[in-house]
Design a protein around this ligand. Structure first.
Ligand code: DHE
Length: 497
């Protein structure tokens, strides 16, 4: 917060409050002259990323300024430190954080016009054109320089690497046979990539600021959830052509952003979390779906959520419940509230069997603890203290441990291994001291796992999941999430869905 005000104060002190508007007008002209060619007339993005407040909210203002001044290495972003005086860079950085006078639109015509077919699938071989096991491939997001790696999950070698759109976020999703992967960038670009032929097939911009995507159980439809505009975009999974958009408006007429979309395979449906209205939507994906939502009214705004293993209940964070709230998806009723301290990150939670019962464990992004909940009684059976708040939690049916990070704070280089039966921390690893370690994904058989060292000079580290020995280290630029094809298409226990 303090840093946000620094440029304001600086400009205010140097030029007085009245001239601040003048600086912003000048900044707008500087934008048109130096930036709009790549970042778009309305800052909605072009060859460069969108520069809207929604797009920049996760980047510190000081970093925005720094990028304008020094450019971004290994990208087309040039340095403007020698072109613009420091005060004009300050003003430009401030201008970019301001909302546009008129909120930008992105309608069905815009979506259609953005659609690009890059290869003709009908002419490509339908068997893998590489020697790796297609169901044991990993798709790795290299966030540092916006690339995707396809990694052979037996030899731990990079088979292919390609540039992604700016800031791919959330889990890529796969076609049911594992041949195709779908990626969503925060700027709304959806990409379709063929893992048999290691080729990009199609791209489309489904929104201006996107949360994530889901692929239907039968692999026919892709659903994209957007913040800007607040809506859902349905795409044909074969080529990403537009099927329709659905404005997300509550029963009371209030427009809402979409927090996230998920596939619920046993229900043959998509589940949609809405950010600004007290509703959860279910869209059937059975034969000839009409994509008319079934509205489940909720007692609170529900944002981050997870499902029970049979997808009959959803477990969501709720301010009202001061923790989590369990909702039965058939009746739409609240089953129970679960008091959980801090900010549980339920979407990153995972479940496993303990003494024959399903338990669910969730990390917490504001407190150093993992909460473990019994799925039968919905009671918290253990709060496991950790070295600091964490983001992700992962396991595999063949792993004795659930692996979780300490994403925030001085111990962010630590990884805890929680014994799934005793619910105690059995080991704490520091794979690269001083560098953030986070997010693991297991091979299909659970014998090995890949862990990210989340740094510019980071790495993907391969561990033997039983001996905990390091097997290999692949240097990478801020690898974030990684996803095993087999685990993902089987919706395997221990991984994210
Ligand atoms: Fe994520 C998944 C929401 C910030 C990295 N994140 C998700 C999903 C949601 C979500 C709803 C599930 C989507 C899916 O799998 O389809 N994330 C949010 C937020 O609301 C939050 C807190 C703030 C925001 O502005 O979006 C947020 N997320 C982050 C980050 O800062 C992270 C660490 C870095 C980044 O890339 O932005 C981050 N989120 C991830 C990753 C996943 C993810 C790596 C996939 C996890 C998985 O294993 O499936």
């Amino acid at each position: 917060m303090k840093r946000w005000w620094l440029p304001l104060l600086w400009i205010g002190a140097a030029h007085g409050a009245v001239t601040r508007d003048v600086d912003l007008q000048l900044a707008e002209r500087d934008y048109q002259q130096h930036c709009q060619q790549c970042h778009g007339v309305n800052r909605i993005g072009g060859t460069g990323p969108a520069l809207l407040p929604q797009s920049l909210s996760r980047i510190k203002p000081a970093e925005v300024r720094q990028v304008i001044e020094n450019g971004r290495p290994a990208s087309q972003m040039a340095a403007f430190g020698t072109v613009l005086e420091p005060a004009r860079i300050d003003a430009l950085a401030l201008y970019l954080q301001r909302p546009l006078a008129v909120e930008p639109t992105w309608n069905e015509d815009d979506i259609r016009q953005s659609h690009r077919l890059l290869a003709d699938v009908a002419r490509l071989p339908d068997t893998p054109q590489h020697k790796a096991d297609p169901l044991n491939l990993f798709v790795v997001v290299e966030a540092g320089d916006h690339h995707i790696d396809v990694v052979d999950g037996d030899r731990f070698e990079v088979l292919a690497r390609f540039a992604s759109h700016f800031a791919v976020h959330g889990g890529p999703k796969f076609s049911p046979d594992g041949r195709f992967v779908y990626l969503a960038s925060r700027d709304g670009w959806i990409s379709l990539y063929d893992l048999h032929n290691l080729k990009l097939i199609a791209e489309v911009r489904a929104g201006l600021n996107t949360r994530n995507l889901a692929v239907s159980k039968d692999g026919r439809w892709v659903l994209v959830g957007n913040y800007l505009p607040g809506n859902l975009t349905v795409l044909d999974a074969r080529d990403l052509s537009l099927v329709k958009t659905l404005p997300t408006v509550g029963r009371d007429g209030q427009a809402s952003r979409v927090s996230a979309v998920y596939t619920a395979p046993p229900r043959n449906s998509f589940i949609v979390a809405l950010k600004d209205v007290k509703e959860v939507w279910e869209l059937s994906t059975g034969p000839s779906p009409d994509f008319v939502p079934r509205r489940i009214e909720t007692e609170d705004d529900l944002d981050d959520f997870s499902f029970s293993p049979d997808y009959r209940q959803l477990l969501a964070t709720s301010r009202k419940a001061q923790g989590g709230q369990v909702i039965d998806l058939d009746s739409g009723r609240v089953v129970t509230d679960i008091a959980l301290p801090g900010m549980p990150h339920l979407g990153s939670g995972t479940y496993w069997k303990r003494d024959g019962h399903w338990v669910f464990a969730t990390p917490n992004i504001s407190k150093g603890l993992i909460s473990v909940i019994d799925f039968n009684t919905w009671k918290v059976i253990k709060q496991i203290p950790t070295l600091g708040p964490g983001f992700f939690l992962r396991s595999h049916v063949n792993s004795r441990y659930a692996w979780t990070d300490v994403f925030f704070g001085p111990d962010n280089d630590a990884i805890h291994l929680i014994d799934k039966q005793t619910l105690e921390i059995a080991h704490t690893l520091r794979p690269m001291p001083g560098k953030t370690a986070a997010h693991v994904e297991f091979t299909r058989d659970g014998r090995y796992l890949l862990l990210s060292i989340w740094a510019t000079d980071g790495a993907l580290i391969v561990y033997d999941s039983n001996t905990l020995q390091e097997i290999k280290r692949l240097p990478m630029n801020k690898p974030s999430g990684k996803y095993n094809v087999g685990n993902k298409i089987e919706f395997a226990e221990g991984t994210s869905h």
